[in-house]
Design a protein around this ligand. Structure first.
Ligand code: NAP
Length: 518
């Protein structure tokens, strides 16, 4: 049986404890085992700080951008093998596998581009210089410097490639070494991605380590210059935020958690319009892509009450063309859930949602006797105020239609009941209505995506996280923020105000001709 290995302190090795099985989610055939007992996490943290960090920091931002460009190329070389592995080991269709793998390559390449413009600098200026004294002689300049610590990246199982790459792109560019810990159900894919990156020899030793299996005591070894960037459920996020060592050392913690994302259909959108087509296709894509195991997927579909039957009917029509099946079969449109635990959670969640809703297609009965697949499931709420619609994330191909009265105020109220989300999509051609909704929901949503007749065929899907704009959300979504171009470097950098004689401060630490900012 294949053993998934970790790469710590310069070598690949597996743990010595009782292994956990990783299976093909469609056939349940065992594929590999993983265990990380006995691996020295304290040594890995030291190795990152003492070997990887100094090597990265002696490079300029421009040189580190070159590393990212080479990493993107190295990953691209393995593209076909990684896609095949993802289909086998993560339950993804070929399209879903590409979404993850190409997303990883694209994000590394995008950050190579963002970094290139920073050129030969080892620090960044944050804003212009400031006169602090009576005359310009006493001067201040905010600068951003890499923190001499380690970034621990704990990722969710659903994006084994992209999740790792988006965090790594920012930490490498910032000059901070990383230890990547993937979600265990898809650790086989994550290991292959890590091997493609590490074995390419592009990064200096210690800049990237990989820990498959349990995090163990890793967080106990973190200190004040380190960062924990976590992606996963709200429950695990809350636990890690309260970790005594992280609290005691004021370790920076960035949490990307779960989210009850919504799509809002405005009353002005006719069923014959482009915006309506866009609405149907985006909602169905979110429900079916990666079998709904996407943190940005729509869970709540707000529809004017008078149109609920019409809209549900149209959604079901499209969903019926998206059947779940063997991801290895090229005709299959919907892959499977990734693990038995995931299927158990989805089943339990559906049962709860069904207490306040009609199941209009799919449902628990469509679970097969073998494997973790379930058909896309659409519910129509009987009582849209029921807490579960707004608080219970069913992480699968499941969404609920919630009727509302069509007013902007009601749309805002219901959208915000999610308690903080990653993304909300608003479909309308009515400017003032849209403006009111966007301003009302913006504080509770990391991203607001507006669909209208004017962007049909031009817009990326709301569920797609782009490196140029931020990913994250307030409240329940974790309160964190990632990506967003050079903003994504901020957690890895220390902002310091340098104060002194202008002739020195402005010359040594001013922006000069270089592009400033992070
Ligand atoms: P999870 O169970 O919370 O696990 C997330 C990660 O945390 C995994 O690597 C897991 O390792 C690790 N972990 C669990 N307990 C830990 C502990 N006590 N100490 C250290 N690490 C620990 O979430 P998941 O099931 O993998 O992912 C699904 C969830 O992630 C969904 O709720 C989804 O919405 C959310 N998600 C959010 C985003 C976002 O960007 N906001 C993106 C993707 C997914 P093991 O796998 O080894 O247990």
């Amino acid at each position: 049986m294949k053993r998934i290995e970790s790469y710590l302190v310069g070598r690949w090795a597996a743990g010595t404890g009782k292994p956990e099985l990783v299976v093909n989610p469609f056939t349940e055939e065992p594929l590999a085992e993983v265990n990380a007992d006995g691996l020295d996490r304290a040594a890995a943290v030291r190795h990152a700080r003492e070997v990887g960090g100094p090597a990265l920091r002696q490079l300029t931002f421009g040189a580190r951008a070159e590393l990212l460009k080479a990493l993107a190329a190295a990953l691209y070389e393995q593209r076909e093998a990684l896609i095949d592995l993802s289909i086998q080991a993560a339950g993804t269709t070929r399209g879903d596998a590409k979404f993850d793998i190409d997303g990883a390559t694209g994000t590394l390449a995008a950050y190579a581009g963002f970094g290139k413009q920073l050129g030969d600098r080892r620090f960044l200026c944050d804003g212009p210089g400031i006169q602090l004294g009576r005359t310009p002689r006493f001067w201040g300049q905010h600068v951003l410097v890499p923190r001499p610590g380690v970034a621990v990246h704990i990722n969710a199982f659903n994006f084994p490639a992209w999740g790792m790459a988006e965090k790594l792109a920012c930490s490498v560019l910032a000059g901070v070494p990383a230890i990547e810990k993937p979600g265990t159900p898809t650790a086989l894919v994550a290991e292959a991605v890590a091997r493609a990156l590490i074995d390419s020899g592009i990064l200096p030793e210690g800049a990237l380590q990989f820990l498959a299996g349990s995090a163990g005591d890793l967080l106990d070894h973190m200190g004040p210059m380190d960062l924990l960037a976590f992606t996963g459920s709200a429950a695990t996020g809350a636990k890690l935020r309260a970790h005594p060592n992280l609290v005691a050392n004021n370790v920076r913690v960035n949490i990307e958690a779960d989210s009850l994302n919504c799509a809002i259909l405005a009353p002005d959108v006719e069923s014959t319009s482009d915006a309506y087509d866009e609405f149907l296709s985006n909602v169905v894509q979110d429900m079916t892509q990666k079998a709904g195991q996407k943190c940005t997927a729509v869970r709540r579909i707000l529809v004017p009450a008078a149109r609920v039957e019409e809209v549900a009917g149209h959604l079901i029509e499209v969903l019926k063309r998206h059947r779940s099946g063997d991801p290895a079969n090229t005709d299959t449109r919907v892959g499977t859930l990734t693990s038995a635990a995931q299927l158990r959670d989805v089943r339990a969640g559906l049962e709860r949602l069904a207490e306040a809703a009609h199941v209009r297609c799919g449902g628990i009965d469509t679970v097969r006797s073998k494997g973790f697949g379930i058909e896309p499931t659409l519910l129509v709420a009987i009582n849209p105020e029921a807490d579960d619609f707004h608080q219970l994330e069913v992480f699968g191909p499941v969404a609920s239609v919630l009727p509302y009265d069509g007013s902007a105020a009601e749309a805002v109220r219901l959208a915000n009941r999610g308690g903080g989300s990653l993304v909300a999509s608003v479909y309308s051609n009515d400017g003032p209505w849209t403006e009111e909704v966007v301003l009302g929901i913006a504080p509770w949503h990391g991203r607001v995506w507006i669909g209208s007749d004017r962007v049909k065929g031009q817009a990326t899907a709301p569920g797609l996280v782009l490196p140029h704009t931020i990913h994250g959300g307030p409240g329940r979504a974790g309160g964190g923020e990632e990506l967003g171009g050079l903003r994504g470097l901020a957690p890895y950098l220390q902002r310091t105000a340098v104060q002194g004689f202008q002739g020195f401060v402005a010359k040594a630490f001013g922006a000069g001709d270089a592009p400033a900012q992070a």
